[in-house]
Design a protein around this ligand. Sequence first.
Ligand SMILES: [Zn+2]
Length: 295
Amino acid sequence: MLPLHARLSILCFLLAATLSASAAPTRKWMVHWEPTKLGNGSPVLFEITAPLQLTELRGSFLGQEFSFRSSKACHCWYGFAGVSLATGPGTYTLRLEGKGPGEKEATMSYAVAVAAAHYPTSALKVAPGFVEPPKETLARIEEDQATKKKVFATTLPETRWLGQFKPPAEAEVSGVFGSARVFNGVKKSQHTGLDFRVTTGTPITATNSGTVILARPLYFEGNCVMIDHGQGLLTMYLHLSEFKVKEGDAVEKGQLLGMSGGTGRATAPHLHFAVRWHGEYLDPRTLLELHPPEN
Ligand SMILES: [Zn+2]
């Protein structure tokens, strides 16, 4: 077996850039991403330098298409993508399609390695009604599911977030993303958010700009706010005691959304913060650690 760097350079060679005949390359493609080591469940920020002056750049990765934005700060194009929790370890192709002035086009394929992320197991005790919901709550839960289905079905076409994402609360983390949740001794699911240890009444703020697409009480989530940041990226703020925004509001990064609490399926007051991208939950901590250009 060849060492990893040798295998990667062979892959990069095999997936070398292709330029259409009309495109006169002035420089090379450069592809970087954050975090540098990708695992399943991770958001990804791609930064691209193209060989042409492009007017538009689109990408596809792991079956999702997305558009890039140009930035004066980095003289590059950047785009947001994600690796679902269900993605197995392996090498996946990032495909880029750029348009330049006139008929110029440039395409590129790049090999991106994804490793298996290691997530812990955590045991929790909650009121029995939240593990096996009582019959009389089933209609309510079904209604919630219909509401969420409707909300998830549409997303703003344009990107509304800009720059680094800001933590939703000034508090320490009490539960990580990806851990297997064992409720009252029964394995139910994987934890799809990041928990912040906050007492009831702590201000919870928007991690970035967007539109409030949901601000209402739900059975499991409790009082819940969801923000659409555009192009399939949503953030969610659960178990609130109070709302400070309503559905349809445009919010800016850092704007007060509500006050923390312990509503819904919560063992104690805390904030459950989740990141959803095209229907997949991604690690919020990684999102908060990305460094997208500020302009
Ligand atoms: Zn949680």
